[in-house]
Design a protein around this ligand. Structure first.
Ligand code: HEC
Length: 249
């Protein structure tokens, strides 16, 4: 009876140590997917520790409160991985470590409370906490782009048929280019207003990685979690304009 609990506590200790890594490493820049996969690994350890520690005497009656806790914990873990807070945490090692400890705590609680409720339940609830991180890694729930098309529609120069160049162009040179405006509306959330990178990678010196044609191809056919704007939101001309702008960052 004691052995699993000791193993569980050791696993928990390792998870907490790994969670604290940002304190040693400073600001960490990782692709979003990799980062969420690391969160998933943290959660595997934490949930496993929770399950091992949570084992209880089958004879004692379980309190229903455990199952409630076990269901709330994965949701809390998901909220902690919410991307709007993500870039802030990434730049602040202490906040980042704190976020990780929160993730570990949620994973542990999911496994522990589930297992307290009934043998076997901890595997399911702990597993669902891990699933949250995996879903985040593959782009579900990451920076929902829903607000973006609405903003683009409100921008008359982005509507097909309307000539953005005539509205924004030569008459006043201080106006940002069509491409810059598309960038500010659709791309800056993830790539930063100056292309410095937020939840998406930095686009500075993109021309050293991709030429104009490759940049256009990428925007027309991006890999998740980057959303696909073409052809629903951006026309081919828009894509070309924004790609040209990206090449200047
Ligand atoms: C929801 C966030 C998000 C939005 C909005 C977004 N991107 Fe991205 N973008 C990403 C992510 C994440 C990647 C990295 C994908 C990968 O690693 O495969 C990426 C990659 C890229 C790349 C390739 C970088 C490289 O060389 O590896 C380019 C170019 C790019 N985005 C341009 C844009 C443009 C232009 C827009 C606006 C029309 C835009 N992105 C909007 C998230 C976003």
């Amino acid at each position: 009876m004691r052995r699993p609990r000791v193993v569980g506590l050791v696993v928990l200790g390792v998870a907490v140590l790994v969670a604290g890594l940002p304190l040693l490493r400073g600001p960490i820049e990782l692709p979003v997917t990799q980062h969420h996969l690391l969160h998933a690994a943290l959660l595997v350890g934490a949930a496993l520790a929770g399950v091992l520690c949570g084992r209880r005497d089958a004879l004692r009656r379980a309190s229903p409160a455990w199952i409630v806790l076990a269901m709330i914990a994965p949701i809390l873990a998901m909220l902690l991985m919410w991307p709007s807070a993500y870039s802030f945490f990434e730049q602040h090692p202490a906040g980042h470590a704190f976020e990780h400890v929160g993730i570990v705590a949620c994973g542990f609680l999911a496994g522990f409370a589930g297992e307290r409720f009934a043998a076997g339940v901890g595997w399911a609830t702990g597993g669902s906490a891990v699933l949250m991180a995996l879903l985040a890694a593959f782009g579900f729930g990451v920076a929902p782009p829903t607000a973006v098309p609405i903003a683009a529609v409100a921008e008359p120069s982005l509507q097909p048929g309307a000539s953005g160049r005539r509205n924004t162009g030569a008459s006043s040179p201080a106006q940002p280019s069509h491409g810059a405006m598309i960038y500010a509306t659709n791309c800056a959330v993830c790539h930063g207003t100056a292309g410095e990178g937020v939840s998406g990678p930095s686009l500075k010196d993109e021309r050293t990685r991709k030429n104009l044609r490759q940049t256009i191809e990428w925007i027309e056919n991006p890999a998740p979690p980057m959303p696909k704007f073409y052809p629903a939101v951006l026309t081919a001309a828009d894509v070309r304009a924004v790609a040209t702008y990206v090449q200047t960052l």
